[in-house]
Design a protein. Structure first.
Length: 170
């Protein structure tokens, strides 16, 4: 709790604390600041959303990912699944593996081909949860994958291995 309070105080004390002051700011720095605001609690989450939106507009895949998560979960404002999918797809296009995985799951009921595309893309980046989900899907012959116990076991082994060298969060 003390760390959260310190991060919030540091973020708010920064001359960049106002989203309006962020015009032209480094998107990577905006993401760091916005993550601190997002994690500090509900009162600072609208500012985090604004910073993520600005950084995402400047090309940050990480910012698009976190903005999508905030919209999907109703953090810092109203929940908006359509907008969440938009920003998460943008993050996925920018090679953010967790976004690929979430997009795959969001599309599973409405567009199995796109869901499979994004799940496969996350697997190519060795995202453990995607490899695990693909293992189950292949083992059960779901999502348009041919049933194969041998491939399912291989994907499960790959998921286990990938857990040992997980990439840093976006």
């Amino acid at each position: 709790m003390k760390l959260t309070a310190w991060l919030l105080a540091a973020a708010l004390a920064s001359p960049l604390a106002s989203p309006l002051a962020q015009a032209g700011a480094d998107p990577a720095a905006q993401v760091v600041q916005a993550k601190a605001l997002m994690r500090a609690g509900a009162a600072s989450q609208p500012a985090a959303r604004a910073l993520f939106r600005q950084a995402a507009g400047q090309g940050s895949g990480a910012a698009a990912y976190y903005l999508g998560l905030m919209l999907k979960n109703g953090m810092g404002g109203a929940q908006d699944s359509g907008a969440a999918l938009h920003w998460l797809q943008l993050a996925a296009q920018r090679q953010v593996a967790p976004a690929m995985f979430i997009v795959a799951n969001m599309l599973l009921d409405s567009d199995e081909d796109k869901a499979r595309f994004w799940l496969d893309a996350a697997c190519e980046l060795e995202y453990p949860e995607a490899l695990q989900q693909k293992s189950v899907a292949v083992g059960e012959g779901r999502m348009g994958y041919a049933h194969s116990e041998e491939l399912a076991n291989l994907y499960l082994k790959m998921a286990t291995h990938a857990m040992g060298h997980r990439a840093a969060e976006p």
